[in-house]
Design a protein around this ligand. Structure first.
Ligand SMILES: C[S@@+](CC[C@H](N)C(=O)[O-])C[C@H]1O[C@@H](n2cnc3c(N)ncnc32)[C@H](O)[C@@H]1O
Length: 369
């Protein structure tokens, strides 16, 4: 298959190494240095040095030996390496979540995509790679300094300004309607503190069936944005999830999960834009009345718990009282020894009913519904 165009920056990502390429040097202990190959450039470390020119023309995956005999593996960094090492203004979306976003928001080649905020530009690079040169990514950022950092990071990665990219400085709610035609956007990705403040403008910009994806860090934001999406009646029923990635340690027979992991990054939630004038089908379970009015009363039902009937509570109370009375009767002549004192030989410890655990005189398990 032949392509009639050159995607942004592929020349800097394949073929023999050349001046201007960014390369990652990894030593025998796994320590990394990232350098850009420059004419007349020199790499120095306490483990030796070499001229950049020595790498030019070599294939990636070369193991290069320094003046003092130290070895460095030479590779161009992957996007995931670059994202984790680039300068950050705002917190970045981690590669594991960018991958989910591209897949689950269905960012396709040629898509018209809106993103806000742009932060450090980490997600922008994945979105640009997915839309390609014939797509469009408009990234909104309300902080000018962050927009500049993001543009620096993204331009450095692609080696030039990606032809599908445009950055707009300003608040999304204000700028989006000024910048895009209503109903013209295929996908919107929001990574910001209060995505619920932008639901109406996003719905206006999205084409019917378009995807809105929000990335939020906390359950309180997740809950708020989902309830507001539902209340707006502009979107399909939201779908939320998180992804946990656990690395593995692989050494001889010691093959096991790593002891440490990034346990939490954020939650993802998607919904599709309904056709204007259409409302979502009535849900069989509606959110509690009064949810997010500002004066909400929290009940166990609001949190999805099944209510316990008064009858059930009375039954459990009777049961527990009977069990405690039983315990007291049985223990009248078998007082548990004070803490630290052994039970005399041949004598059982403090008694419990069958299936009950007794700890410090308290029943700790074995109670049934
Ligand atoms: C966590 S950062 C985004 C990081 C980015 N997704 C990345 O991967 O590098 C959130 C950004 O959203 C911006 N922001 C928050 N609310 C906004 C709004 N209403 N309009 C535009 N930008 C907004 C903030 O200034 C901040 O830079």
């Amino acid at each position: 298959m032949t392509f009639s165009y050159t995607p942004a920056g592929p020349a800097s990502r394949r073929g023999p190494l050349k001046y201007g390429d960014r390369v990652q040097l990894t030593d025998a202990k796994g320590r990394m240095h990232t350098i850009v190959l420059l004419e007349g450039g020199y790499f120095h470390s306490h483990r030796g040095s070499f001229r950049h020119s020595e790498l030019v023309g070599l294939p990636e995956g070369t193991v290069h030996t320094t003046s003092t005999g130290a070895q460095y593996l030479v590779l161009r960094p992957l996007l995931s390496d670059y994202v984790l090492s680039m300068p950050r203004g705002a917190a970045v979306i981690y590669p594991k979540d960018s991958g989910q976003i591209v897949q689950m928001a269905d960012i396709f080649p040629g898509a018209r995509v809106v993103e806000a905020g742009v932060g450090s530009g980490a997600l922008s690079m994945s979105l640009l790679s997915a839309v390609g040169e014939y797509g469009q990514l408009i990234s909104f950022e309300r902080r000018e300094d962050f927009a500049e950092i993001a543009q620096g990071n993204v331009d450095l990665w692609f080696g030039r300004r990606h032809p599908a990219w445009r950055v707009e400085v300003g608040d999304l709610a204000e700028r989006l309607p000024q910048v895009v035609e209503p109903g013209s956007i295929d996908r919107i990705v929001l990574d910001m503190l209060a995505p619920w403040e932008n639901l109406q403008v996003c719905a206006d910009a999205l084409a019917p069936g378009g995807v809105l994806l929000c990335y939020v860090a906390t359950v309180t934001q997740l809950s708020r944005v989902v309830e507001d999406m539902r209340a707006s009646e502009l979107f399909t029923e939201p779908h939320a999830w998180e992804s946990l990635v656990r690395d593995w340690h692989l050494e001889g027979l010691a093959v096991r999960p790593d002891h440490r992991m990034v346990a939490h990054t954020g939650f993802l939630v998607t919904a599709r834009r309904l056709a204007p004038g259409h409302q979502p089908p009535l849900r069989s379970r509606r959110p509690a009345k009064g949810a997010y009015t500002g004066e909400e009363v929290w009940t166990s039902q609001d949190l999805g718990e099944r209510p316990t009937s008064d009858k059930k509570v009375r039954k459990v109370k009777r049961d527990v009282t009977a069990r405690v009375a039983d315990l007291v009767d049985h223990s009248a002549c078998e007082v548990p020894p004070p803490p630290g004192q052994d039970v005399p030989e041949g004598q059982d410890g403090p008694p419990g009913q069958d299936g009950q655990n007794v700890q410090d005189g308290q029943i700790t398990a074995g109670l049934e519904d």
